[in-house]
Design a protein around this ligand. Structure first.
Ligand SMILES: [Zn+2]
Ligand SMILES: [Zn+2]
Length: 242
């Protein structure tokens, strides 16, 4: 009997803002998705080589420089298409301004091959992640939701993968939410996005934010101070990350 192997999921904090770049690979077809290669593309390529993975798609959760800085290099190295939401193209066109604001040289811009929209499906190997448009941190912020979908015969590995995964970009963090004071940000929008599209997911869903540690939907629903009904989020001190 064949035993299904769990999905390869490598999380690599890259660049000086430590953006979490995720590499999601299928151990059988060796197809992979790379999310938010913000920097340090050589390290990303080394992980891809180590697992013998071929990149099917490169997804950007949003066009902030710490998440898109390595897009062009990775696109060149792998030939894989770059996907992002159209509402962040304006931000992506102004990478030079974002770079100037941070005092770093502007990275080369990739060609955006496909625009993501709410309800789209991104596929690699046997996996299919749905695109949730979650504006607020930026107008074109997206989250990817991968339901736990291994077939019942998968056995022990299935128990783990029955937990869905949410790749949340800078929309939702462990104990915090994305900042909304940068270009195109909206506190009203980010709260609406989180409440209507993320907190409706199953409690056990594993959440992988764009910075910092992983969490779960249940944990954030009950304890995230920005998401408690009746609280005024703008009065809380620390507000999110870039
Ligand atoms: Zn970020
Ligand atoms: Zn950001």
């Amino acid at each position: 009997m064949r035993v299904a192997q769990p999905m390869i999921h490598e999380i690599l904090p890259v660049g000086w803002l430590q953006c979490n770049c995720s590499i999601l690979g299928d151990p059988e077809t060796r197809e992979a998705l790379v999310l938010d290669p913000g920097d340090e593309v050589e390290r990303v390529l080394e992980i891809l080589r180590r697992h013998s993975l071929n990149v099917r798609a490169i997804v950007s959760t949003h066009a902030h420089i710490d998440h898109v800085g390595g897009l062009q290099k990775l696109q060149q190295a792998t030939g894989a298409p770059v996907l992002m939401h159209g509402d962040d193209l304006e931000l992506y066109r102004h990478l030079d301004q974002q770079a100037a604001w941070l005092g770093v040289p502007p990275p080369p811009a990739a060609q955006v091959d496909q625009l993501l929209r709410e309800g789209d499906t991104v596929r690699w190997g046997p996996y299919a992640a749905s695109v949730l448009h979650t504006p607020g941190h930026t107008p074109g912020s997206v989250s990817l939701y991968l339901p736990g979908d291994l077939p019942p015969h998968a056995g022990k590995a299935a128990a783990e993968s029955e937990q869905g995964k949410l790749l949340a970009g800078d929309t939702l963090f462990a104990g915090s939410i994305g900042r909304t004071d940068l270009w195109g940000g909206s506190l009203e929008d980010i709260l609406r996005s989180i409440h209507s599209k993320l907190l409706v997911l199953p409690d056990q869903t594993l959440v992988y934010p764009g910075h910092g540690p992983a969490t779960t939907i249940g944990e954030e629903r009950t304890s995230n101070p920005f998401l408690q009904v009746g609280e005024a989020p703008h009065r809380l001190g620390r507000r999110g990350q870039a």
